[in-house]
Design a protein around this ligand. Sequence first.
Ligand code: J2J
Length: 549
Amino acid sequence: MNERSVPPWPEEFAARYRDAGFWRDQSLGHRLWRAAEQRPESIAVVDERRRVTYQEITERADSLAEKLLELGAARGDNVVVQLPNSWEFVLVVLACLRAGVAPVLALASHREHEIEYLVRLTRARLVVVADYWRGFDHQEMASRVAGAVEQDCDVVVAGEPRSRNLGLYALSRNDGQTGVRKRSMDSRATGADETALYLLSGGTTGRPKLIARTHNDYEYSFRRMGEIIGVGADTRYLVALPAAHNFPLGGPGILGTLTAGGRVVMLPSPEPGAAQAAVEKESPDVVSLVPAVARRWTDHIEAAAMDPGSFRIVQIGGAVLEPDLAERVRTVFDCRLQQVFGMAEGLLNCTRLDDPDEVVLNTQGRPISAGDEVLITDDDGAPAPFGAVGELLARGPYTPRGYYRAPEHNARRFTAEGWYRTGDLVRWHPSGNLVVVGRTKDVINRGGEKISADEVESLARECLRVADAAAVPLSAQEIGERVCLVLVPEANGTTPGLDEVRSEFIARGVARYKIPERVETMEKLPLTPIGKVDKAKLRRVLESSGGDG
Ligand code: J2J
């Protein structure tokens, strides 16, 4: 069982969260199905090809849930899910929640390097993938991964299954047995303290860590975000960011919208052209964006190349939002802007809809729950004075106490008292809101997509002939930051150029967004007094030598 692989909340905290009504001890499947029963004919999910009612999505999900169990997935098992933004994504997540099998939410941009790692780590016995997506054969990749891992592993494909793979549409077919099946699924008890789903962490060293979110904690976080922005049956939520991310999934996102009986509109990509069509056709009123996408949409609207739509709320988070862009977004969309400073590890902060401009434009908001505990600490780990910059630590009813199967990493990223060290440098604004000013963690934030420098460096050392490597974020116009790889040649050796680095990474099956976009050579990497690579200095040197932006 995966539960032992994650440190639980101590009993006294769990009791407190129950008493306060944060945890309701209901499974997500239960909550979603109750919402669906009230409006079977309403449209739950729309994508480019289909409009799916609550009745259809829940009946199909029940059918799929039953098949997952027949295929041998037991309660507490894990299924790696890699689907683009589509109605099938919702179908599979709902089926997993209903069956008590936890989906491991991979990004559609992940490749063999990431998917194989996830399947091995979680010992998943099923992988659900698209067939071809954006010119890439996911089915073939998944078949290779399933064949390479130790455990028996089946591939379910949203398309025409090849060889021994299984077809998602056949597994989720309505067959006249829906009533019986629904009663049987309704009676299945899924513990609300069990893992509902796994999110990928963006801010860690090495390979991405998994964050096991329980039914209790996740339900509370999207319910609370839903209360803050006012989600209801009339909400039409536009999913413009990859659905596997915490922000569009649960902030209140897809799950918050569906439990409120609203409608989820899936955009396959945040391209302004695709957004334009969905905005005109579906009139969504809430959307979550990262600053890079917000900038593109704002530019397009200003150039009269895109309809601003009728958004009531535009949520922006995932990376630093410059105040001037915040102002432009608000004006151009003629909407309420909400800054969201969140993390898949739990803690969510946001500005409130009735906050003064000063707060909405210049801060990243405050914790969403009265149960959230936050602490800003100085270099020695002592509480920093109000207004001073320090690292943010967090603890609370939806911030788990550790990563999945990562005890050593947990010892570094969590204190003995269970505080999660976010790796974000923040300060309190006089208004009582947080301002994000930087970070201590060694990641590159590429348009909201987090890349571990350590993972890129390990790959470079493994697949290139070099003495050393350092991955550094460089400021970039459109996407905030991009990966620059600094290589140190072996004695009398040369270093590969950008093209060679890229093709080596691609050959390794690494997701495109992690692939370095600039490569530099240095005879020696600068070190800090304690002998670590001085990334801040490297960044200064590289940015002053130009060639980017
Ligand atoms: C600056 N940095 C931010 C912000 C996150 C809502 C919104 C975002 C995420 C997310 C999320 C930031 N300004 N407004 O899960 O539910 C950086 C911080 C943080 C890290 C988390 C959600 N909002 N960040 O971005 O797990 O460094 O979650 O620790 O992908 O993104 O990344 P991630």
